[in-house]
Design a binder for this molecule. Structure first.
Ligand code: KG4
Ligand code: ZN
Length: 345
């Protein structure tokens, strides 16, 4: 089954074709992402109306380009998957409208996918590890994006239990806001991370919020305030900016890692097979987070799986893949164009 995936929930237009006849990364016949970063940069954040208009402009050319790269004609497509939420309503409607229209014209099924389920399943689309194989439920997923920070127990595909989540800012949001208050341009997360690589470890130490009490929830907004005060009282030099960035990144990474270890221990006590952590979402591209979680997994005899960085951030591939699994299971939507901007997984 060849499934066209369309992602337009925020500021990235993503299109991909996933072919279930081929497994792992080979199944991803083609994928392309058009980022609207330059469009929103001068406003310091995503402007919803501009996002919708740009998706309208870019989506159809991107569908054509992706099909051409996959060596397929539109009639070769067996189903269409699109992000139905959560996200910006206007942006979601562009993708949903296109997906439903294509499916209707081709007389093929369409399916709306939860954006975070797309992220969660992305690591399963990668090639199987030669030693451990592909991650299989039960596992624990850490979803870390610009809008979400969640720990989820995955007992089966489609069977998710929320173990913990952020009470305020998401991890990516904290990266972006912290970068902004130190004068880095939008979107600051990846830039802050790059700057942190040149910072001195330990020059600034910030707290590891909510790690000193039981539980699996997170809170990142206080960290941002700690950085604000440190930056305000500093010499505001390049060196200091890098040192603060490093201190901030270490605090976020340690906090996430501590809660992941805790979540795995909790799940393993209930089911000893559960020793795998799957990480997804934009912050999953963070090098230090990847290294720290790999180090912890080695120490605890567990396993950690990430998608390649390009599949951590928003993309159409994860939507094509998640949609393909649902279509294969016989699910599909009716012909209405409907999106769910606020939607718990
Ligand atoms: O998953 P994603 O592309 O979009 C959402 O669904 O939100 O995640 C975007 C978030 C942004 O907040 C961005 O700053 C953050 O992921 N991000 C990073 C890195 N790359 C992207 N944060 C830290 N380090 C990175 N290398
Ligand atoms: Zn996302």
């Amino acid at each position: 089954m060849k499934v066209l995936g369309i992602e337009t929930s925020c500021d990235e237009t993503g299109v991909a074709v996933y072919d279930t006849a081929l497994s792992g990364a080979a199944g991803l016949r083609a994928h392309a992402v058009y980022s609207q970063i330059a469009l929103h940069a001068e406003y310091g954040g995503v402007v919803p109306e501009l996002a919708s208009r740009d998706h309208v402009r870019k989506l159809l050319p991107l569908v054509r380009q992706t099909l051409a790269e996959a060596g397929l004609g539109v009639r070769d497509i067996d189903g269409v998957a699109y992000t139905a939420g959560p996200g910006l309503v206007g942006a979601l409607l562009v993708g949903a409208g296109m997906a439903r229209s294509l499916a209707w014209a081709l007389d093929k099924p369409a399916i709306g996918v939860h954006h975070m389920e797309g992220h969660l399943l992305a690591p399963l689309m990668e090639d199987a590890d030669p030693i451990h194989g592909r991650p299989e439920p039960p596992f624990v997923a850490l979803l870390v994006s610009g809008g979400h920070t969640q720990l989820v127990a995955v007992d089966a595909i489609g069977q998710y239990q929320l173990l913990g989540e952020t009470l305020d800012d998401a991890a990516g949001e904290a990266f972006d806001k912290t970068a902004k208050l130190m004068g880095l341009p939008y979107p600051g997360g990846p830039q802050l991370a790059a700057l942190a690589e040149t910072g001195t470890p330990g020059a600034y130490r910030f707290s590891r919020p909510m790690t000193d009490r039981p539980g699996l929830d997170f809170s990142f907004s206080g960290l941002k305030t700690q950085v604000l005060l440190a930056w305000r009282d500093s010499d505001q030099s390049e060196r200091t900016r890098a040192d603060i960035a490093r201190g901030f990144e270490d605090a976020v990474v340690d906090t996430l890692a501590i809660k992941c270890t805790r979540a795995l221990a909790l799940r393993q006590a209930q089911d000893e097979r559960c020793n795998t952590l799957v990480v997804a979402g934009g912050v999953g591209a963070n090098k230090r987070l990847r290294a720290k979680l790999a180090e912890n997994a080695a120490q605890h005899g567990g396993r950690v799986c990430f998608p390649r960085p390009a599949l951590c951030t928003d993309n159409g591939a994860m939507i094509a893949f998640a949609g393909a699994l649902r279509l294969q299971a016989g699910q599909h939507d009716d012909a209405q164009v409907q999106v769910t901007p606020r939607w718990d997984m």
